[in-house]
Structures are given as structure tokens and as C-alpha cells.
Design a protein around this ligand. Structure first.
Ligand SMILES: Nc1ncnc2c1ncn2[C@@H]1O[C@H](COP(=O)(O)OP(=O)(O)OP(=O)(O)O)[C@@H](O)[C@H]1O
Ligand SMILES: [Mg+2]
Length: 394
């Protein structure tokens, strides 16, 4: 039987988690049982993972776990929390703000356990974006020597901006798929917290976790919420988060020709603190724009090919749909095509058609779905992105 990588990996992560829980509570007996399980599973994963990078990671973790086992044998427990004064509900920090009771930040869940299968070939249009990504991200990994000769690190830092639903997250996933590397999606709501200091701690934990991997891509979604401009929000809380983020980012460097990629994404690039987009930080800004005609053709063709029987012979032509969808994002195009199909299906059900008989998706179904769809992307928004892009290049 084939090696069940996802299943084993889940079991391993669970054993690891339970080990940490038990040991940090001082329950060495059960902690040791889970630790033994994690040691066995990490050895199996190291021997059987299909990707050499994963094999190396599990081997490294296996060695670390064996080290912990040795420490426990000597009566040392590296997870035992140092005694902390309980803050309680009404506790205040030095600046008078509420502090969250001490706890470890477990961020391993942000990291994918599997390599994404999406690649740039799945991305509709965005040819300029793909080209920039090839130069800034993919080439360095393919031939790191060339970059090292020029004293450049094979670590890419880019920020993608543009209207919602145009593929920023999708492209980030495709990059991880192309690089066949570990991938973490970190959204601002997973990091931000009402308690002072927690967000910074989480950011540090993410970068610490990322250090475990040789080749890794960190994708910070809604980065404007994390690195808000100090002009608009100069609270100590916001500054603390930004400083931590910038510090962690500058320490996150490729070693021994490994790849460390950081990608940020935002719908509001103007709301980001300028320190984030200066040289050596997220210095390559890429505009992920609305789909052009070629990109819209990609979506429509794919739909027609997938559901040929409900489109062939209809009065709705591909050309008509491609033109009519001008101004909509990829996500909206998908929704409109889906809504048109729902309208056709509703007619089939209402008319109680005999089994095996069906209507084609008509031009009227499509038009009605299109008319009912509210386009969240406005002309004003697009002008603002264009102006921002111009400002970046001036
Ligand atoms: N250019 C594209 N190529 C292929 N699929 C796309 C493209 N743009 C959007 N999509 C589809 O729309 C979905 C939503 O896109 P995605 O989440 O990547 O947009 P986004 O730019 O990150 O939006 P947001 O700003 O709201 O986070 C994707 O999962 C994908 O299915
Ligand atoms: Mg997104």
C-alpha cells in the first residue's frame, strides 16, 4: 500500500502537539508516551516523504525529538513553563493596557503540510505578473549560483496589490506550487489581538517556525492591517507590530542557497507604512489587475470545455460572454457563470422536464445573472490603483 503521507503527517502533528501540552503541564509520563510516538512517526516520514526537502525536515525534527528524550532521561523538561505571575482578568502591563496571560503561540497550523498543486499555468492572464514572478522568484531558485555570483540573495520579497478577487492569493499559492516549497498563509486576523504584545509574539513565532524549513514561502494576506501606515495610526500597539515585522523580515535570510520568500498582499496598498516597501524589504510591488480579454477567455473557455453539453448549441456564445464580463474580477466571473447555470437549472426544475432532458444555459440566463451581480470593483478604485502604481515608479 502507498505511504499515507497526509495521514501520517496529521498523526505526527497531533503527537507533537500532545507532547508539548503534556510536558508543559509537567506530565512527563504521558508526554514521554506521545514523544515516543512522534519520534517513530517523524522517522517514518523522513524515510518515506516523496520530497527530499520534507525528508530533511523530518530528519532534523526527529533528531531534535531524540535530544528532548535524552533531556527527559536526565530529569530535565525543556517545555516546563517557568513560574509566571498570573495576570488574572484585571492585570495591567507597564503601559496600563491589559496583558494576555503568558502562553505559547502555536503557529504550526499556518504552514501547509502538503505542497500546493496549483501552478502559474492555472492562473488566467496576468502575463506581466507571471513574468515578474519568473524573474524575481522562480529564476533564483532554479539557478541560485547566478544570483550568488552577483552577491544577491535567492530570497524574494514581493507585495501584490489590486482589486479583490483578481488572484493575489491564488498566485501566491501557484508560486509555492512552482517552487515546490512549504507555504504558510498568514492573515491579519490570525495575528492581531486586543492584548498588547500578542501580535508581535505571533509574528516572531511565525518567523521562528519558518526557520525550520530550508525552502519556504510566507504569504501575509491583508498586510495593510498588519503594517498600517504610522501616519494614519500612530498607536504604540501598531508601531510595535510594524517594528517586529520589519525586524523579523530582515533576519529572515536564505542560508546555504536555500530559498526564503515573503509575499504580502493587499487591496489597500496606500494604507501600508512606507517602511515596508523600501529597499531590502517588500521592494517589488506587483499590480494584480482585472482580467483582460485573454484572461476572460481563459475562464470562459474552461467553463465551456468542462460543461460542453449545457453550452453547445445555446444562443449564448463564448465571444458574447467574454465581452460582457469585461470589468469583473476572476472570482466574480466564476460566480456569474455559476449563477447563470443556477438560473437554467431553476427553469428545468420549474418546468418539470422529463428525466434526461435539460435546457442549455441561454443568453437570457447569463444576462440575468450578470445584471443581478453587484460588481465590487469600481472605476474609482481602479484609478486609485493606477495612480498608486505610477507613484511607485516615479
Ligand atoms: N487570474 C486568475 N486566474 C485563475 N483564477 C483566478 C484568477 N483570479 C481569480 N481567480 C479565482 O478567483 C478566486 C479568488 O481569487 P483570490 O482569492 O486569489 O483573489 P484575491 O486577489 O486574493 O482577492 P482578495 O483581495 O479578496 O483577497 C481564486 O481562488 C480563483 O479561483
Ligand atoms: Mg486574497
Amino acid at each position: 500500500m502507498a505511504f499515507d503521507y497526509p495521514g501520517k503527517n496529521r498523526a505526527y502533528e497531533a503527537a507533537l502537539q500532545r507532547t508539548k501540552e503534556c510536558l508543559s503541564n509537567g506530565d512527563v509520563e504521558n508526554g514521554t508516551l506521545y514523544l515516543d510516538k512522534a519520534i517513530t512517526l517523524s522517522a517514518e516520514l523522513a524515510a518515506n516523504a516523496a520530497i527530499p526537502e520534507f525528508q530533511a525536515r523530518f530528519k532534523k525534527e526527529n533528531a531534535q525529538l531524540l535530544k528532548i528524550k535524552g533531556m527527559l532521561g536526565k530529569g530535565e523538561n525543556p517545555f516546563r513553563k517557568k513560574a509566571t505571575v498570573s495576570n488574572g482578568d484585571g492585570a495591567k502591563g507597564g503601559d496600563g493596557k491589559a496583558q494576555k496571560p503568558e502562553e505559547g503561540e502555536n503557529v504550526s497550523g499556518f504552514f501547509s503540510t502538503e505542497i500546493p498543486t496549483t501552478t502559474l499555468a492555472d492562473v488566467a492572464g496576468l502575463e506581466e505578473v507571471k513574468e515578474q514572478i519568473r524573474i524575481n522568484v522562480l529564476l533564483p531558485l532554479k539557478d541560485p549560483e547566478v544570483f550568488y555570483n552577483y552577491k544577491k540573495d535567492a530570497g524574494a520579497r514581493i507585495i501584490m496589490y489590486g482589486p479583490p478577487g483578481c488572484g493575489k492569493s491564488f498566485v501566491a499559492e501557484a508560486i509555492a506550487g512552482e517552487l515546490k516549497c512549504h507555504y504558510a498563509v498568514i492573515t491579519s486576523d490570525q495575528i492581531l489581538d486586543k492584548y498588547v504584545g500578542v501580535a508581535s509574539k505571533r509574528i516572531k513565532a511565525v518567523f521562528d517556525e519558518a526557520e525550520k524549513y530550508d525552502n519556504v514561502l510566507l504569504f501575509f494576506d491583508e498586510i495593510d492591517a498588519l503594517c498600517a501606515s504610522r501616519d494614519s495610526d500612530d498607536s504604540a500597539h501598531t508601531k510595535d507590530i510594524l517594528t517586529t515585522f520589519l525586524t523579523c523580515m530582515s533576519g529572515f535570510k536564505p542560508k546555504d542557497k536555500s530559498l526564503k520568500v515573503i509575499i504580502g498582499a493587499t487591496n489597500r496598498p496606500w494604507a501600508i507604512d512606507s517602511a515596508l516597501v523600501r529597499g531590502q524589504r517588500l521592494d517589488t510591488a506587483i499590480y494584480v489587475r482585472l482580467p483582460d480579454r485573454k484572461a476572460r477567455e481563459f475562464f470562459v473557455k474552461k467553463e465551456w470545455e468542462k460543461f460542453a453539453n449545457i453550452y453547445e448549441g445555446s444562443d449564448l456564445t463564448m465571444d458574447y460572454a467574454i465581452d460582457a464580463l469585461d470589468g469583473f474580477s476572476g472570482a466574480d466571473i466564476k460566480t456569474i457563470l455559476d449563477q447563470a447555470k443556477t438560473k437554467t437549472l431553476t427553469r428545468v426544475l420549474q418546468d418539470n422536464l422529463p428525466k434526461g432532458q435539460y435546457y442549455k444555459v441561454s443568453k437570457a440566463d447569463f444576462d440575468s445573472a450578470l445584471a443581478a451581480h453587484h460588481n465590487p470593483v469600481t472605476a474609482e478604485m481602479l484609478l486609485r490603483y493606477e495612480a498608486f502604481g505610477k507613484g511607485m515608479t516615479e
